[in-house]
Design a protein around this ligand. Structure first.
Ligand SMILES: *[C@@H]1O[C@H](CO)[C@@H](O)[C@H](O)[C@H]1NC(C)=O
Ligand SMILES: *[C@@H]1O[C@H](CO)[C@@H](O)[C@H](O)[C@H]1NC(C)=O
Ligand SMILES: *[C@@H]1O[C@H](CO)[C@@H](O)[C@H](O)[C@H]1NC(C)=O
Ligand SMILES: *[C@@H]1O[C@H](CO)[C@@H](O)[C@H](O)[C@H]1NC(C)=O
Ligand SMILES: *[C@@H]1O[C@H](CO)[C@@H](O)[C@H](O)[C@H]1NC(C)=O
Ligand SMILES: *[C@@H]1O[C@H](CO)[C@@H](O)[C@H](O)[C@H]1NC(C)=O
Ligand SMILES: *[C@@H]1O[C@H](CO)[C@@H](O)[C@H](O)[C@H]1NC(C)=O
Ligand SMILES: *[C@@H]1O[C@H](CO)[C@@H](O)[C@H](O)[C@H]1NC(C)=O
Length: 421
């Protein structure tokens, strides 16, 4: 999004991995996150790296003389344009590259790690984890075009899962970029496990700097990390994105988009405040849509104790990028960083708030969950069990491009079976 500087709280930043301090961990209620072990045998670090992997798995490594691929994108580009499902295993290392997945058929990227086989969760702050995967994909790019017209946020993303350039664009105005009607759907089933995607453009919100773009595609992330400050995750039109046991870190509007995102048993790490955590644009469709962002059985916490002291009571749950914003925090722990009234209007002179705005909470907990203050603020909707019902599960919210619910076959069955809420 553009012109956000006014909402940005300045921060003196120092390079540092995200470390969740022990006192923060003690405050958080455990949600018993367990890692998804679907590919644990393949991901395990052994002398024969492809042992335990599906037949035909490609291997990427920066320092093995026996591999064909030293960059992840070169392995992606080598895949056949057919209907086969493909798996790429990536050895530990820091890969400085932008990734672009246009392939329509299934693709799985596995970060090598012993964590899944050892039962170690990534996002569970109560467990022994340093929130750093051994595979890092890093890129530094921001969009400083405040007109939003000359340069699109799409150029900044570390990972893009979209069939075409047009399908990855944010665009401007209440309806965003008008993706041409004949645009094909992209990946039916993209998955990534144990990989961090970091946009290191700036150490504070300084213009959109995306770690992830998903447009016209289905994408699931398991034990992955997404790190930036502004607009970290973009789920564009017809984008379906599922996050499990993952970390999304940011400061301003760091979950934004048009599509549908479900975040479960994950950690949203506040690196500062500004704008809101969620900023969504709704779309009018001929069918009932569930476009929006749903944060379930997760934690919203300050990235560390130093920043926690600075942002106490200041971070908004979200704000309406257009008046049809839809987001719900369900059964989620909210730490003391959260503004008592919860969500906010877009801006003082441009509220973008109306009776189609659905910025809601349901049965959350923690010091940041002040139901009375949320009701009194008149912006946050405190849901009851009846109204929340259509939004209580991934199957309820992920729809096909035509609007049919239950579009979840692309989600790892082990994560889906955990029944987060
Ligand atoms: C805490 O997090 C902020 C935001 O990412 C960062 O700038 C700061 O360096 C971190 N401080 C410590 C002590 O890790
Ligand atoms: C891929 O599958 C579709 C149906 O799902 C089929 O129409 C198409 O011919 C297949 N393409 C190839 C290259 O096998
Ligand atoms: C390859 O590089 C990674 C990351 O730098 C390192 O963890 C690993 O030990 C290296 N492997 C070999 C065989 O040198
Ligand atoms: C991804 O690759 C496609 C095909 O080469 C290209 O048209 C598109 O612009 C790329 N997307 C990004 C975000 O670079
Ligand atoms: C991308 O969108 C623009 C504007 O709608 C259109 O002119 C162009 O043909 C589209 N490109 C593709 C490859 O569809
Ligand atoms: C959706 O339709 C309503 C009613 O016509 C209109 O007020 C609103 O601006 C539309 N929103 C978008 C994003 O097109
Ligand atoms: C929503 O607000 C519009 C004007 O902003 C009004 O015309 C409409 O009746 C309202 N709808 C409901 C259900 O309150
Ligand atoms: C919320 O609405 C009530 C009833 O209309 C009103 O009395 C109150 O002042 C409003 N609160 C805020 C913060 O606008």
């Amino acid at each position: 999004m553009k012109s956000l500087y006014a909402f940005v709280v300045a921060v003196v930043a120092v390079v540092s991995p995200l470390v969740l301090a022990s006192s923060t961990a003690r405050r958080a209620r455990a949600t018993h996150a367990a890692p998804v072990r679907t590919y644990a045998d393949c991901q395990r670090k052994t002398w024969r790296p492809l042992q335990g992997c599906p037949p035909g798995t490609l291997f990427v490594s920066q320092n093995s003389s026996r591999v064909s691929f030293t960059t992840i994108q070169s392995a992606i580009d080598s895949l056949p344009h057919d209907n086969s499902s493909q798996v790429i295993l990536v050895a530990p290392g820091t890969y400085t590259e932008q990734l672009n997945v246009t392939r329509p058929r299934p693709l799985t990227l596995l970060g090598m790690s012993d964590a899944p086989s050892q039962g170690k969760a990534y996002a569970d702050v109560t467990s022994d984890t340093d929130h750093r995967n051994e595979v890092q994909v890093v890129w530094a790019a921001g969009n400083t075009d405040n007109t939003g017209k000359l340069v699109d946020n799409a150029i900044t993303s570390v990972l893009t899962v979209a069939p075409t350039w047009n399908a990855s664009l944010t665009g401007t105005g209440p309806t965003g970029f008008a993706v041409p009607a004949d645009t094909p759907f992209g990946s039916a089933d993209f998955r990534a496990y144990n990989i961090d995607f970091r946009n290191t453009y700036a150490l504070e919100a300084a213009g959109p700097a995306l770690a992830l773009t998903v447009g016209y595609a289905n994408a699931g992330f398991y034990a992955c990390g997404f790190y930036s400050y502004q607009d970290t995750v973009y789920v564009g039109k017809l984008g379906n994105a599922f996050f499990y046991d993952s970390v999304v870190a940011g400061q301003v509007d760091f979950l934004y988009g048009f599509g549908t995102a479900w975040v479960e048993r994950s950690t949203l790490a506040l690196r500062n405040c500004g704008g809101g955590i969620t900023a969504w644009k709704g779309t009018n469709t001929t069918f009932t849509n569930k476009y929006g962002v749903y944060v379930a059985s997760s934690r919203v916490i300050a990235a560390n104790d130093t920043i926690a002291a600075e942002i106490a009571g200041q971070c908004a749950l979200g704000r309406p990028w257009n008046a049809q914003h839809r987001s719900i925090f369900l059964n989620t722990y909210l730490d003391a960083s959260i503004k008592p009234e919860g969500y906010i209007e877009w801006g003082d002179t441009d509220p973008r708030y109306g009776n189609t705005t659905f910025m809601a909470v349901y049965d959350d907990n923690g010091p940041g969950y002040d139901v009375e203050a949320m009701k009194a603020g008149n912006v946050t909707i405190v849901l009851d069990s009846e109204v929340v019902e259509p939004y209580r599960s991934p199957a309820g919210v992920f729809i096909t491009p035509e609007g049919a619910t239950g579009n979840v076959l692309w989600i790892d069955g082990e994560a889906l079976a955990s029944k987060g809420i």
